[in-house]
Design a protein around this ligand. Structure first.
Ligand SMILES: Cc1ncc(COP(=O)(O)O)c(C=O)c1O
Length: 481
């Protein structure tokens, strides 16, 4: 049937199936805050709305996003130092990435890559292998960090063999919310009462002795999974000696090391992979977030060829964990291919290192000015944590009753107050940390310039200069209005 005939057919016949009361694309763009709130409550996540309200984030409708900024319904610019937890290395709507996607659509390229080999998936796999050190050469493509990490633990488990099914993971780890990786995610909130994969072994992050003891005492351990820099834990790092020794112990005991680089990879710390700072190479790694150029949902597992071949290297085993329906989908691959090219063409990894150093330096100067508020500044490149003191004991007695009206999540924890003031009074967005509510996470786009850092520091300085009492009192007053 040619398209004209089909068009004529759809025009004349009345569909039998009645159309529900659907919103159109234009309706969606035009939704107003009140209606969005209603739909969010009825159909998405009423509990999450509670937190948005707490912080004043529910008053914002983003109409546009460009580079380092969101623009809200009133045309107000919001400087993005949250960066989608590291998903926005290129900022919002990078022109080269947008153009590559538009060209792909205009050329009517194919998307689903199940029946035939895909030139787009092939090129992306080539690029990822080219960016990865050692023989990290074999690629699995998916559409989220969780899916990439599921693929990582599965390839490692199969390569380790059935006699060694146990996984070592770290305190305060976050590897995703699907059930496999939830089993090695150390958050009671997320794990809840789910029935998870048992017998995994938890060690303190960065504790090499605990790891050595575990490897020595339990021959069933076949895999260790660690974020190279813990994001959800509050930007926690281990030193070079730890990583070097880890590699040595893994080789000695035949344990496979999976490095989760979903948040800290892709140039965020000033190297393509954070583990490259330490001159070591894991057996398996995973990327997601900015791999999709801020426009597509893409995750990738990259394994050493030997590991991959052991797990899935024969025609009989090849389909055990082959890519899912949307793994390697055309436009997502094109987006990632262009994203990787832009990352190097624009020197964004170097920029992350250089401007990241400047950000850390300016934050450390602020810490010296406000030592009773700011406890620690830490991080690498553009993955930075600001840890505040728990203020519950610092509040004057007369004001303590005020705290009783606050949500549990805010008691003693300054980031909520500071983030809320930064947004309301300065149009600056920062991120919070679930596991450690005293930590603000800064993961600005890697296109961030010194002038953006200056604007951010001016805003943060002004909020901190108000002092603890005013910061809390203003917040509580706004809540009660
Ligand atoms: C280190 C790490 N691993 C895995 C994930 C899961 O990624 P996703 O949310 O795309 O499933 C995240 C997400 O924040 C992460 O930070």
């Amino acid at each position: 049937m040619n398209s004209q005939v089909r068009l004529a057919h759809t025009e004349v016949s009345t569909p039998v199936t009645p159309k529900p009361a659907l919103l159109s694309v234009e309706d969606a763009k035009a939704l107003e805050l009140a209606k969005m709130t209603e739909i969010f409550t009825s159909h998405l996540n009423p509990g999450q709305l509670h937190f948005m309200k707490l912080l004043g984030f529910h008053k914002i409708k983003v109409e546009r996003a460009d580079g380092m900024y969101y623009y809200d319904q009133n045309g107000r610019k919001i400087l993005d130092f949250f960066g989608g937890f590291g998903s926005l290395a290129f900022g919002h709507n990078h022109p080269r990435i947008v153009a590559a996607r538009q060209a792909f659509q205009n050329e009517k390229r194919h998307e689903i890559a199940i029946a035939f080999m895909s030139q787009y998936a092939a090129a992306l796999a080539h690029n990822l292998a080219a960016c990865s050190p050692g023989d990290l050469d074999m690629v699995f493509l998916g559409s989220s960090g969780s899916e990439a990490m599921e693929a990582a633990i599965k390839v490692a488990e199969r390569a380790a063999g059935p006699a060694r099914p146990k996984i070592v993971y770290a305190t305060n780890s976050f590897h995703g919310k699907t059930k496999g990786v939830l089993s090695i995610t150390d958050g009671q909130l997320y794990r809840g009462e789910f029935k998870l994969v048992e017998n995994n072994v938890r060690v303190p992050f960065g504790d090499i002795e605990a790891i050595e003891n575990a490897f020595r005492s339990d021959p069933q351990i076949g895999v260790i999974v660690l974020e190279t820099v813990q994001g959800g834990g509050g930007i926690i790092q281990a030193d070079e000696a730890f990583w070097k020794k880890l590699r040595q112990l893994c080789d000695q005991y035949g344990v496979l090391w999976v490095a989760d680089e979903v948040q800290c990879g892709f140039g965020r710390t000033g190297k393509f992979y954070a583990f490259e700072h330490y001159g070591v190479v894991p057996d398996v790694t995973a990327l997601a977030k900015s791999l999709g150029g801020g426009k597509a949902a893409v995750g990738a597992m990259i394994a050493r060829r030997e590991v991959y071949m052991k797990a899935y290297g024969t025609p009989k085993t090849a389909m055990i964990h082959a890519m899912a329906t949307f793994g390697g989908i055309g436009e997502a691959c094109i987006t990632s291919i262009e994203a990787l090219n832009v990352l190097y063409d624009e020197g964004l990894i170097d920029n992350s290192a250089e401007v990241g150093d400047y950000l850390l330096e300016r934050l450390r100067a602020l810490q010296a000015r406000y030592p009773t508020l700011l406890k620690e500044v830490r991080g690498k490149g553009m993955m930075v944590g600001l840890e505040f003191h728990d203020f519950s004991q610092a509040m004057p007695m007369v004001l303590r009753p005020l705290l009783s009206v606050l949500d549990e999540k805010l008691k003693g924890s300054l980031p909520g107050f500071i983030g809320s003031h930064l947004l309301r009074d300065h149009g600056v967005l920062v991120a919070f940390t679930e596991y450690n509510r005293n930590v603000i996470r800064l993961e600005p786009p890697l296109i961030c310039e010194r002038s953006h850092v200056d604007d951010f520091i001016t805003a943060l300085d002004e909020v901190l200069s108000r002092g603890i009492v005013k910061i809390v009192r203003d917040f509580v007053t706004a809540q009660m209005k």
